[in-house]
Ligand binder design. Structure first.
Ligand code: HMG
Ligand code: MG
Length: 307
């Protein structure tokens, strides 16, 4: 398989962790229900391809995200005690009960930087979301679980327009203060551009939150995801969310399309000589197989070039 020539830039991080979200963010927006066996196989193949962490599903209300209503049955088929963490999204106490019952060891809460999206995605106000998450994080941590926090609409919101950096930093800081180990900054609708990414990371830095506690979560609606990832790399970010084959989108965010494709990210990191641990041919094969399951071609340029 063709691979890029490696030209190392020593000003960039030597190693990056790819946080794979394909089975969760990638599939949550699919209207036709993907069979449980295909979801389990997708996750197994991603683990085999070397993804160091794979977000598996969500314990949200099944009516809100019907595609992931089978979360408990799916998780029952997964190697939860294996070396690859398999986090699940949890919005509230009921979700945590279900995740604990299923034996999950890693969860992720997901907050909103804007009022409108908090209401549309969580049926909560911006302020009330913290009251919903606080007991979830406390109880999860007391049970020994790792808790990640997402903040959505970090760059723009389809209803409210541009979102000020200070508003995102304020929301993200409150989520971290609850006890989350990492904050993933979501460009839910993909409107961010490179200098904005730098400004946001700098904004967190000025608030005392360094790059070691941040991850970036880019959607590729306007084709900016990879450029934005490069901008974040230049700022020293070392955790990137990505979705195999570029699947994805949020059902409650108008104009949200696929995530940054894991293959596109892996291609760039490989060329930059940055260690990522992912077997690109095995990953491409997985995405080609999943495109067959979903009945349409992958939007990833790298999958289309290599698949
Ligand atoms: P609600 O309707 O306000 O819930 O939904 P409620 O607390 O009023 O409860 C109503 C009923 O739902 C009760 O049942 C609860 O037990 C049940 P009843 O007593 O009437 O029989 N219920 C649940 N059942 C199963 N699992 C649960 C659960 N919670 C309550 N967890 C809620 C509030 C938060 C649950 C709802 O708004 C929800 O599920 N939202 C999730 C939406 C979602 O998953 N969005 C996509 C993920 S976020 C994303 O994609 C962005 C991200 O990728 C980053 C980025 O791109 O920016 C992460
Ligand atoms: Mg997302």
């Amino acid at each position: 398989m063709t691979l890029p020539m490696v030209v190392r830039d020593d000003t960039l991080p030597a190693k990056v962790t790819i946080y794979e979200v394909g089975p969760r963010d990638g599939l949550q927006n699919e209207s036709a229900i993907v069979p449980l066996e295909a979801k389990a196989e997708f996750i197994t193949r991603l683990i085999t391809a070397g993804l160091p962490i794979v977000e598996a599903t969500s314990f949200v209300h099944p009516k809100w995200v019907p595609q992931l209503a089978d979360a408990a049955e799916l998780v029952a088929q997964l190697p939860l005690d294996g070396p690859t963490p398999l986090p699940v999204l949890v919005p509230n106490a009921r979700g945590l009960d279900r995740a604990l019952e299923a034996g999950c060891t890693h969860i992720a809460i997901f907050g909103s930087a804007t009022e409108t999206f908090a209401q549309k995605n969580l049926n909560s106000t911006l302020d009330d979301q913290f009251a919903m998450f606080e007991p979830v994080v406390a109880r999860a941590r007391a049970a020994g679980l790792d808790v990640r926090a997402y903040v959505s609409m970090c760059f723009g919101d389809p209803w409210e327009g541009a979102v000020p950096v200070e508003q995102v930093v304020a929301t993200g800081s409150r989520l971290l203060d609850l006890g989350a180990s990492q904050l993933s900054l979501g460009d839910t609708i993909g409107v961010g551009t490179a200098a904005h990414v730098g400004a946001l990371i700098d904004g967190f830095g000025a608030a005392g939150i360094g790059v070691d506690r941040l991850a970036m979560h880019f959607h590729d609606t306007y084709g900016q995801a990879l450029a934005n990832a490069y901008a974040a790399l230049r700022k020293g970010i070392t955790t990137f969310d990505a979705s195999a084959g570029g699947l994805g989108g949020c059902p409650y965010a108008e104009s949200a399309t696929g995530n940054l494709a894991t293959e596109d990210l892996v291609w760039m990191l490989t060329g930059l000589g940055i260690e990522h641990g992912v077997d690109l041919p095995a990953l491409v094969e997985t995405s080609v197989w999943m495109a067959g399951v979903l009945g349409r071609e992958s939007p990833s340029a790298v999958v289309r070039a290599l698949g």
